[in-house]
Design a protein around this ligand. Structure first.
Ligand SMILES: C[S@@+](CC[C@H](N)C(=O)[O-])C[C@H]1O[C@@H](n2cnc3c(N)ncnc32)[C@H](O)[C@@H]1O
Length: 199
């Protein structure tokens, strides 16, 4: 919890945060996405998995004066918990937590559990934050994010992948790069690794 204190101060989140040990994104990853959100002022942020990241990005949008975080969450109880915090801070104008159960999704000769497709807002995405679904559910669990969402990414979109130090995430980045050779990739040494890709 202590490592989130400077983010809480920066974002004036003094009424608590939806922190869950082992499940919340690390403070170093969140600091990267918070800095990017405040610098680039995206209109639509799409997030795969909700929680602490959603609250902090929603506050950034409020500080920017515009922007929306649309957060896909497969677990209904986690979606409700995130919404409670969004309401507590009066941020509902800046965040929409979408309960999106995972469904079998065929992709490139394999089948993945991925967020139900009609839940994804049909708008151009300026910032994509990928911290779900949980890595243990299948091999390369987060691979579908780019093939499914790529047509919706704006031409200045940045993609932030958490847990990028894991072998699965490294394989996912390599697969994305071979499919989309124009992507630029930067790796940041955070506690769990952060891959930043730009379109
Ligand atoms: C790594 S968590 C990230 C959540 C969010 N980005 C954050 O920073 O708080 C990814 C997913 O794990 C699931 N999850 C969250 N807390 C959990 C818990 N205590 N036990 C099992 N699954 C959990 C949720 O479905 C969530 O979308």
């Amino acid at each position: 919890m202590k490592e989130y204190a400077s983010l809480q101060t920066q974002l004036d989140l003094s009424q608590g945060i939806p922190y869950t040990p082992d499940w919340s994104a690390g403070a170093d990853f969140i600091q990267i996405i918070v800095d990017a959100c405040l610098q680039f002022k995206p209109s639509l942020i799409l997030e795969c998995s909700s929680g602490l990241t959603t609250l902090m990005l929603a506050r950034c949008c409020q500080m920017n004066g515009y922007g929306l975080v649309a957060s896909l969450e497969d677990g209904e109880q986690y979606a409700d918990k995130t919404r409670d915090y969004i309401d507590r801070y009066g941020l509902s104008e800046y965040a929409s937590v979408i309960h999106a159960p995972l469904q079998k999704t065929p992709l490139h000769g394999a089948e993945y559990d991925w967020y139900i497709n009609d839940a994804i807002p049909d708008e151009s995405i300026d910032m994509l934050v990928i911290d779900g679904p949980s890595g243990f559910i299948q091999k390369n669990a987060r691979y579908p994010a780019l093939p499914i969402l790529y047509p919706q990414l704006s031409n200045c979109c940045s993609i932030y992948l958490d847990d990028a130090a894991r072998p699965d995430e490294q394989a996912i980045v390599a697969l994305w790069q071979s499919r989309y050779p124009s992507l630029r990739h930067e790796y940041r040494e955070t506690s769990r690794g952060c891959s930043i890709l730009t379109v």
